[in-house]
Design a protein around this ligand. Structure first.
Ligand SMILES: [Zn+2]
Ligand SMILES: [Zn+2]
Length: 282
């Protein structure tokens, strides 16, 4: 009894003296839950994340890091979207269809999907994760991505998951590949409720970034495509031959990087390549 009581007292005092600060707006806030791995369901039972509305899932996963106002400010990708590249259309009416960009220059990948729009709040969250050492965000963001995978893809429709690789120089500087952290624990995450996930192969060394390129964020659309052209090579083509591949990255901006990865994978015999990112630039 006493250790439990003391622990609770410690927690209350600790939160009173050091309340968490929202990573985005820097305001102090009171976190509602204690465990970010548990996603509360509206019904009170612990339903698998992919069955919950995305907003409930965001509340459950991010409430230790973001204040409720910032969580509510995250924008979800909702139909109508481009059936190929996943771009949400400005008009909120009508059905999913192909966007003019995909008609004019068809993508090498088959489909790209993302759960969230890359707007101001999510930009800050991803910036904290990638550049400010907030590695603890990897777990909730990975869970968000994993349930997005469950929503957008049928069971047993993917053979191999490949996180978009960083050049060794950039990997050494950052210390981790954010795309790999977003899938690393998919197979072992508790309560996955989907047997197909444990069969997924995660291959982080099969595709290699051999050319050190300027950061895509500093470039325009046309420059981005040129910048990543021939930047990747395949280390072991036998591993991807006739396989259905899912590429993972943090942000889809123009799609130049994932499309170049898809081109190489298809060239070496992949059956098809799909793309899943956390965020989708509009
Ligand atoms: Zn906030
Ligand atoms: Zn499109």
């Amino acid at each position: 009894m006493i250790p439990g009581f003391l622990h609770k007292l410690y927690r209350i005092l600790n939160e009173a003296v050091f309340p968490p600060k929202c990573l985005v707006c820097r305001s102090f806030f009171q976190p509602p839950g204690r465990d970010a791995s548990i996603v509360p369901s509206p019904a009170g039972n612990h339903a698998p994340g992919w069955l919950l509305p995305l907003q409930s899932q965001l509340d459950g996963l991010l409430s230790l890091y973001l204040c409720s106002a910032c969580i509510r400010g995250l924008v979800m990708v909702e139909s109508p979207i481009c059936v190929c590249c996943g771009l949400p259309f400005k008009s909120r009416q009508g059905v999913d269809h192909q966007c003019s960009g995909c008609i004019a220059s068809p993508k090498k990948f088959r489909i790209a999907r993302a759960p969230l729009v890359y707007e101001q709040i999510l930009t800050k969250v991803i910036h904290c994760f990638k550049y400010k050492g907030k590695i603890q965000l990897a777990a909730p963001l990975a869970e968000l991505l994993r349930t997005a995978y469950r929503r957008f893809w049928d069971q047993d429709s993917i053979d191999i998951i490949i996180p978009v690789p960083l050049h060794l120089k950039r990997l050494r500087k950052r210390g981790f590949n954010q795309a790999y952290l977003l899938v690393r624990n998919w197979n072992t995450a508790a309560g996955q409720n989907w047997s197909g996930l444990s069969d997924l192969q995660i291959e982080r060394d099969v595709l290699v970034r051999t050319v050190f390129t300027a950061p895509q964020s500093a470039l325009g659309r046309a420059e981005r495509a040129v910048n990543v052209k021939n930047a990747f090579t395949l280390k072991d083509s036998a591993k991807i031959k006739d396989k259905r591949i899912l590429l993972i990255d943090d942000v889809y901006t123009t799609g130049a990087t994932v499309d170049e990865c898809a081109r190489i994978l298809l060239k070496f015999g992949a059956e098809h390549v799909d793309v899943l990112t956390l965020a989708r630039a509009v």
